[in-house]
Design a protein around this ligand. Structure first.
Ligand code: HEM
Length: 165
């Protein structure tokens, strides 16, 4: 009878041992109901932070894919084709930025690399800076550097003057 089985398994004190596979519970001894740890009830407050971390997780993957194309294309053009790095100079940059296509290419590369890199560093800071104060100030420094670089870079791409003397 199953009572024997139940008694048998209850007396064993070897977790993971062979006796564990014997049914602990049956119709007369039902298993206790365990509440799911994150079960939402009427008392659960509404989420206040949205799913920002999930969106940034996705952004890292998508921007990474686009960056592969932008960065490899950039390296190929700047460093390999047409005589390699020796061709790079004011005239070369002026020629490229005369085209809206390359302006948009460089702008996208700037924004995606900065946001991707900044969000990656935000994760690193969150992971490694243990004191609240340190974490806060490191992130403030990161955000300030990111905004500064993105704005300055964007300004340069759009206000570049090939006739400057
Ligand atoms: C070229 C193509 C790139 C690809 C495919 C790529 C892909 C990725 C992916 C998928 C992650 C997330 C890793 C994770 O969550 O565990 C990541 C993290 C990161 N990426 Fe990129 N990335 C690229 C370029 C860049 C660039 C240009 C920068 C710097 C400006 C950068 C800086 C970072 C940093 C700082 C992290 C965080 C590292 C960490 O969490 O340990 N990545 N990258």
């Amino acid at each position: 009878m199953s009572t024997t089985e139940t008694t048998e398994s209850k007396t064993t004190d070897e977790p993971g041992g062979p006796a564990d596979s014997v049914a602990l519970y049956d119709v007369d001894h039902p298993a206790p109901v365990i509440e799911p740890p994150r079960k939402r009830t009427a008392k659960t407050p509404k989420a206040s932070r949205g799913n920002f971390e999930m969106q940034t997780w996705l952004f890292m993957r998508l921007s990474g894919i686009v960056l592969v194309v932008l960065v490899l294309g950039h390296l190929l053009i700047q460093l390999v084709l047409d005589g390699g790095v020796s061709k790079i100079g004011f005239a070369f940059v002026a020629g490229r930025w005369a085209s809206p296509f390359w302006q948009v290419w460089d702008l996208l590369m700037l924004w995606l690399a900065m946001l991707h890199g900044a969000n990656g560093l935000r994760t690193v800071i969150n992971d490694y800076a243990e004191r609240d104060n340190t974490r806060f100030w490191l992130k403030m420094l990161l955000y300030a550097a990111t905004v500064f670089t993105v704005l300055l870079g964007t300004l340069v791409i759009f206000t570049f003057d090939p006739n400057i003397r």
